[in-house]
Design a protein around this ligand. Structure first.
Ligand SMILES: Nc1ncnc2c1ncn2[C@@H]1O[C@H](COP(=O)(O)OP(=O)(O)O)[C@@H](O)[C@H]1O
Ligand SMILES: [Mg+2]
Length: 338
């Protein structure tokens, strides 16, 4: 029987790290039960990579402790390194080697025999859908293929914990979805994963538990549903035909809503948080009709992680604007498939 501690694969307590006057980490705690995925979600500069570097022994914290698979990052870094596979924000792939050769080389670096390294490389090439590309130099790969190869590299040594630092940042929507699929399979296999991301949708799709981090502090944690529930209620959205109807619409929504309505003049859209869902919607439409407001569009939304982020931090998470459209479409397509 495994010792009781083995059920927690990663544990960090009160991690603090400063760079000059920047407090990159200001007391971060985290815990990842074996076989689960923790999503560390935060905007640029939040402290995600600093956390990853400490957990992977690349950086010492000023204070605090961390254990990976029961090994102390401070006193037993070699054992920690043997327990993790790291895939970085900037893919560590040798451009001149083929995909297969890259993975073979990593296997040899980890001390595998030629036969074992070859077997493992072939296995991973096929699993990460690089079969057709496995014998081509990595420099001919697309961004998404390169990321998948890097991800495969992190798994060569069959690590207890896989650490993925922003695995899809900078990828186009297609590359991002391919990478999500591969990570999804990894997760389905029961891997323990620490995943950092700036993308709410990515955390939503892949993580069992999400820690929201901002300015080096964990500001919220829970499942995606728990975080959404923290925001409370749903969002009622009304688009009116005529800008002159915005003020009266705002008054009506203030009456049926649970907080102050927000107005986007350009879109002629007024929104408010509601606690009574469809009831509030019906009531709003009835009153708007009484006021002779012509409603172009109406919607009731469950809170998204974007709403969570906004309510926690007062600013929305950064998303690469040109990609947002494609990503949404992609997500929808995935949902329809399943
Ligand atoms: N080596 C470093 N020297 C100075 N400042 C750093 C260094 N590494 C990170 N920082 C700062 O620490 C903060 C957190 O950075 P980082 O952990 O890289 O954030 P994230 O990965 O979430 O974007 C940022 O303000 C960043 O500028
Ligand atoms: Mg980073």
């Amino acid at each position: 029987m495994p010792p009781p501690t083995s059920s927690i694969a990663v544990r960090a307590e009160s991690l603090v790290k400063t760079f000059g006057s920047t407090r990159a980490l200001d007391g971060v705690d985290l815990e990842i039960p074996a076989g689960t995925v923790l999503g560390l979600l935060g905007p640029n500069g939040a402290g995600k990579t600093t956390t990853v570097r400490i957990l992977t022994t690349l950086l010492r914290p000023d204070s605090g402790t961390a254990f990976i698979a029961g090994h102390d990052v401070l006193t037993d870094p070699d054992a920690v390194r043997r327990s993790i596979g790291l895939s970085g924000q900037y893919a560590a792939v040798d451009e001149h080697l083929t995909g297969y050769e890259n993975l073979f080389m990593v296997g040899r670096l980890y001390g595998k025999s030629r036969t074992d390294a070859a077997t493992r490389a072939r296995e991973l090439i096929s699993r990460f859908r690089l079969k057709d590309a496995g014998d081509r130099p990595a420099r001919t790969y697309s961004g998404g293929m390169r990321r998948r190869l890097d991800l495969a590299g992190a798994l060569v040594a069959e690590p207890a914990v896989v650490v993925l630092d922003e695995p899809t940042t900078g990828l186009d929507p297609r590359g991002r979805m391919d990478t999500w699929d591969v990570i999804g399979e990894l997760v389905a296999d029961g891997a323990t994963v620490l995943l950092t991301t700036q993308y709410l949708e990515e955390a939503d799709q892949l993580a069992d538990t999400i820690l929201v981090i901002d300015h080096g502090k964990v500001i919220a944690s829970g499942t995606a549903d728990q975080l959404k529930a923290q925001v409370g209620g749903e969002r009622l959205e009304i688009v009116v035909a005529d800008p002159a109807e915005i003020p009266v619409t705002k008054i009506v929504l203030a009456e049926v809503g649970a907080d102050e309505p927000t107005v986007e003049d350009h879109q002629r859209r007024v929104q408010v948080r509601v606690d009574t869902g469809p009831k509030a919607l019906v009531e709003a439409l009835r009153r708007l009709d009484q006021e002779n407001v012509s409603v172009l569009d109406v919607a009731l939304h469950r809170p998204t992680l974007d709403d969570v982020f906004l309510s926690l931090t007062g600013h929305i998470a950064e998303e690469a604007a040109p990609e947002a459209e494609g990503k949404r479409k992609g997500r929808k397509a995935r949902k329809e498939q399943s």
